[in-house]
Every structure is written in structure tokens, then in C-alpha cells.
Design a protein around this ligand. Structure first.
Ligand SMILES: Cc1cc2nc3c(=O)[nH]c(=O)nc-3n(C[C@H](O)[C@H](O)[C@H](O)COP(=O)(O)OP(=O)(O)OC[C@H]3O[C@@H](n4cnc5c(N)ncnc54)[C@H](O)[C@@H]3O)c2cc1C
Length: 515
């Protein structure tokens, strides 16, 4: 199918050909899928609506500073992990620095460093909260038992698992049945209420995984990651991952078009056959990979009736992960001498129940040193850091916007929240504000606008028990259409999005007889 353009511009001429596969979205998932497809010899085209690649995993510059849009750490860099495997298979030029200890948790009654020496911090917790010692030890022991017994999942789609791999996973499930039964059906919030009487201990464990309605398995997994020293920071930040993937695509003849939104997926006889771009051009392909927001895919990009109604009905029942308020700061290097400075801090100014209050001075905040792994994020003598808080998209009736249009009321609210979060950060890092040279704030509206993620979700769907059972992985009800990214994995992250991109590519290659 030839490209039919109505803008007649350079872009149309560059893209004037068919593709074996089209990828919608140049986030980390879409780029991973495209890199695998291009490396296997497919003619691939990536369309990214923004003028820059990366989606949430990317970075942006202000003056001499490089700021992360999202990244605080990555998992999956251990041998056999999702990121290491992609790095090896795609020859990505990437290096990582381990974060061990991972984070400093500060809150009412605790100030604890979370290192892989789990015995040390569990003992410290038991000393701080002797009446809860038994429950603390029980929860952490269960987490480690569960984590030890779960084999690293094979780095491929479920329906490409060998019989032996399926057997191994089945056996693990049987071995873990008691723990699954105990933890799978209960949310983090309910588990902490059930296990601990002391609200300070509840707050400590909540700070490890501050998503109350998510399945408690997520909290247990986080404890396992800490024990195994799984947290890393990429040298060059998220942008290094994005740039290395882009390089692989270019090296293998793939094409990337930024500033080009896909408006519709073209469907003929129940099969995806290409896309319609903003500007009206249509491009044909044998396969389409949707590496974008799930709501947009099913509600906007696909024509009515293309997928069964129950798929859309299920989506309406799902809840997105909460969004985020991010303040990116270029600061003097002397920030490292302040109060409780650490490369990653989670600070709870209030007890668990109050952390979700309307008052931003109560919100849990993260302080992250983007300059931890390299000197690329800031000029000499400075650091790039971020102060941020998880927050709802609906806060103060959708951030005082009208249909997400940002006016003076939105700006005033943004400034008010930024000031409150910085005041909170000052309590653990007194003198921080005086050291700020450059500042930039992003709200959930910014995340929504910039990446299209529904309700500014930062990791796709919230991994509630219900969501995990409904979740569709990389295949879709439509022939020729695959999906990948953080909306199609049980728990969104850079590593799971990359794995999902790889899975979509492997399924296509198998179907095309190229695997
Ligand atoms: C504040 C915050 C902190 C986070 N911290 C971490 C962390 O520390 N560690 C970690 O591992 N993960 C973290 N995450 C999550 C992680 O960043 C994401 O899960 C991951 O980057 C998602 O990648 P993706 O490719 O699936 O989606 P996205 O990054 O959302 O990419 C989708 C891309 O598709 C494009 N797009 C959408 N619709 C269209 C269209 N119609 N046409 C063309 N292009 C389109 C978008 O512009 C975007 O570039 C964080 C997220 C946030 C927001």
C-alpha cells in the first residue's frame, strides 16, 4: 500500500513506503519491539506523536541540566534479568550502577537504610518496634521465601514457553500455594492493617510500595528485590536506554518518525493492515504493534466494532496507577551535605492513613539523585535531583483545569503544590531551597498531555487482583495487531515494558516465520 499524504511534506516523502511492521509509540516498549523486529530483518517504522522519543523513560533538558521524566531506579539488570537480556541480545551500549543500599526511608518513628543486608534493617526495625517484632519477621520471611522460590520468568511470551518451563512454573505455583493464598487476594493497605497494630510500622512498610490498593504481592516482591540488590541506575539515565535502542533500529534500517501521531488503526476483514497518521496519510503494514496507552488504543485508535464489547467493558472496570507530581531541580553539589541527604529518600511526613490527604504537606515524597550514576545530568559543581509525590489525576477536580485546558487556576495550584512539597523536602534537607538554580514542575496533567497515558498513569493499570486476571498480554483480539508496554504487564516499569516489547516482537517473528 502506498503512502497517501495530504501534507506533501518531507515526512510523507521519507515515509512513502510500506512496512513489514508499524510500531505506534516511541516509548521504551515500542522501541524495544522495533529493535528486535529490525534486527531480525523486518522493515520497521516507528511513529511517535511527540517530537522526542522515550515517553516516560525519556529525559528533558533545562539549561545545562538533564532531568528524568520518571526514572528513579531500574530492576532487571541482574544476569538473566529483562534489561540484561535485551542488552545482550541487542548489543545495547548500556551500563548500570547498583543502588545498594537502595533507599533511605524516613517517617514517624523510623529512619532506616534499605540494603541487601536485610537482616540488619529487619533487626533495626524490631529494635524500634519491639511489640511488632514477630509480625515484622513473619512478613519479611514470607517475602524472601516467596521470592526465592519464584524462578526468574523465561524472557519470552507465555505461549512460547517450552513444556519444561511450564512445568517449572506450575511446580513453583504449587510450592507457593500457601503464600499465594495468604497474600494474593489482599491489598497492601489491608495487609498492613491486618498484620500490624502500630501505625508507624504500617507506614514504614507502606513507604516501600506506596500503592495501598495494589496486591500485596507487589510489596513482597519489593522486599525480595531489596534483598537481592536488584535496584540499579543506568549511566546516562533513561535517555541512555532510549538512545541505545534507537541506534539498533537505525543500524538495521528501521525508520523512526517523531511528531507523527497515529490517529487510527486500519482494519480490513478483521485484520490490522496499517495506520492513518495525523495529517491524513495512511501507511500499510503486515503487522501493527500498539505500544501506547490501552484506553487510547481500544477507545480511539480502533474502529468501532473491531474488538468484542467485553474487552471494552473490562477496561472500564480497571483502575490506572496513580499519577505523579514531579519537581526537577538543578542544585549546588553542596546539597549532599544537607541533613538526611541520600541518593534515594522516601519521606513520610505523616502516618499511612494521612498520606493520601488533600493537604500536600502530608504526602509521601521521594527525593532522587539523578546525578548518582554519572556526571552527564549536571554541569560541574551541580547535581540534577527530583522531588516528587504520587498523586491522583483527579486531585482538586482534575487540577483545576477545564477539559484539561490549563489556565491561571491550574498554574496557581501547580505552584501551591510545588511549594508544599519543597517545604516538606526542607524538613529532611534544610537549606535545599537556597541551593536551587533551576526548577521545573510536572503535574499529572503534564504526564497525560505528554505521553497520552490515561489519567496520567505512571505504570499502566494498578495491579489489583482483578486487573491481573483480566490483563491481556501482547496478543489482541485482532489479527495482525499486537500490543506492548506498561499497560499490558502485571506491574509497569521500564524493565517490564522492555520485556513486553520483546515479547510482541517474538510473537510477530514467529507468525512471520522469522524466529
Ligand atoms: C513519575 C514516574 C516515576 C517512575 N519511576 C520508575 C522507576 O523508577 N523505575 C521504573 O522501572 N519505572 C518507573 N516508572 C514507570 C516507567 O517509566 C514506565 O512504566 C515505562 O517507561 C513505560 O514505557 P512504555 O513504553 O510502556 O510507555 P510510555 O513511556 O508511555 O510510551 C508510550 C509512547 O507512545 C506515544 N504515543 C501514545 N499514543 C500515540 C499515538 N496515537 N501515536 C504515536 N505515538 C503515541 C507516547 O507519546 C509515548 O512516547 C515511572 C513512571 C513515572 C511517571
Amino acid at each position: 500500500m502506498a503512502l497517501v499524504g495530504d501534507d506533501g511534506g518531507i515526512r510523507s516523502r521519507v515515509m512513502a513506503k510500506d512496512f513489514d511492521a508499524i510500531v505506534i509509540g516511541g516509548g521504551v516498549a515500542g522501541l524495544t519491539a522495533a529493535a528486535y523486529l529490525a534486527k531480525a530483518g523486518m522493515n520497521v517504522g516507528v511513529f511517535e506523536q511527540q517530537h522526542k522519543l522515550g515517553g516516560l523513560a525519556g529525559a528533558f533538558s533545562r539549561g545545562d541540566f538533564l532531568f528524568e521524566q520518571a526514572l528513579q531506579w531500574v530492576v532487571g539488570c541482574h544476569p538473566g534479568g529483562a534489561i540484561s537480556t535485551c542488552r545482550e541480545e541487542l548489543n545495547l551500549t548500556l551500563s548500570f550502577r547498583q543502588l545498594d543500599p537502595w533507599s533511605r526511608q524516613i517517617g514517624p518513628g523510623f529512619d532506616v537504610l534499605l540494603s541487601s543486608n536485610i537482616r540488619e534493617w529487619v533487626e533495626e526495625l524490631c529494635r524500634l518496634f519491639p511489640k511488632e517484632a514477630e509480625a515484622i519477621q513473619r512478613l519479611t520471611a514470607d517475602a524472601l521465601k516467596l521470592f526465592r522460590r519464584i524462578p526468574d520468568t523465561p524472557r519470552k511470551p507465555n505461549d512460547m514457553l517450552t513444556r519444561w518451563e511450564k512445568l517449572r512454573i506450575g511446580l513453583t505455583a504449587v510450592l507457593n500455594m500457601r503464600l499465594y493464598r495468604k497474600y494474593m487476594g489482599i491489598s497492601i493497605q489491608d495487609l498492613l492493617m491486618q498484620e500490624f497494630r502500630d501505625p508507624q510500622v504500617r507506614t514504614f512498610f507502606y513507604s516501600l510500595c506506596p500503592v495501598g490498593s495494589a496486591s500485596s504481592l507487589l510489596l513482597l516482591t519489593t522486599i525480595g528485590w531489596i534483598k537481592e540488590g536488584r535496584f540499579h541506575y543506568p549511566v546516562g539515565g533513561g535517555q541512555a536506554i532510549i538512545d541505545s535502542l534507537r541506534q539498533v533500529i537505525a543500524d538495521h534500517g528501521g525508520e523512526v518518525s517523531c511528531g507523527t501521531a497515529v490517529e487510527k488503526i486500519l482494519v480490513e476483514d478483521g485484520r490490522a493492515v496499517g495506520v492513518k497518521l495525523s495529517g491524513g496519510a495512511t501507511v500499510g503494514s503486515n503487522y501493527v504493534v500498539a505500544a501506547c496507552d490501552a484506553m487510547r488504543l481500544y477507545q480511539e485508535l480502533l474502529p468501532a466494532g473491531a474488538v468484542p464489547n467485553h474487552v471494552l467493558e473490562n477496561l472500564k472496570e480497571m483502575e490506572p496507577w496513580t499519577s505523579y507530581f514531579l519537581i526537577s531541580l538543578g542544585v549546588d553539589d553542596s546539597v549532599t551535605e544537607l541533613g538526611s541527604w541520600y541518593h534515594h529518600i522516601t519521606y513520610c511526613p505523616a502516618l499511612m492513613d494521612a498520606l493520601d490527604s488533600e493537604d500536600p504537606t502530608h504526602w509521601l515524597i521521594n527525593v532522587v539523585d539523578n546525578s548518582f550514576a554519572d556526571s552527564l545530568h549536571a554541569p560541574p559543581g551541580y547535581r540534577s535531583i527530583a522531588v516528587g509525590a504520587p498523586v491522583s489525576f483527579e486531585y482538586r477536580q482534575r487540577w483545576r483545569t477545564i477539559s484539561e485546558m490549563r489556565g491561571p487556576e491550574y498554574t496557581a495550584l501547580k505552584e501551591e503544590v510545588a511549594a508544599a512539597l519543597l517545604a516538606s523536602a526542607e524538613r529532611i534537607l534544610p537549606g535545599l531551597r537556597k541551593r536551587v538554580r533551576v526548577a521545573d514542575a510536572a503535574t499529572p496533567i503534564t504526564y497525560r498531555r505528554y505521553t497520552g497515558n490515561w489519567k496520567g498513569s505512571r505504570r499502566g493499570w494498578l495491579p489489583t487482583v482483578q486487573a491481573v486476571s483480566w490483563l491481556r498480554r501482547e496478543t489482541t483480539p485482532l489479527l495482525g495487531l499486537f500490543q506492548c508496554g506498561h499497560w499490558y504487564v502485571p506491574s509497569g516499569s521500564i524493565s517490564s515494558a522492555m520485556q513486553s516489547g520483546k515479547n510482541a516482537a517474538l510473537l510477530i517473528l514467529r507468525e512471520a516465520g522469522l524466529s
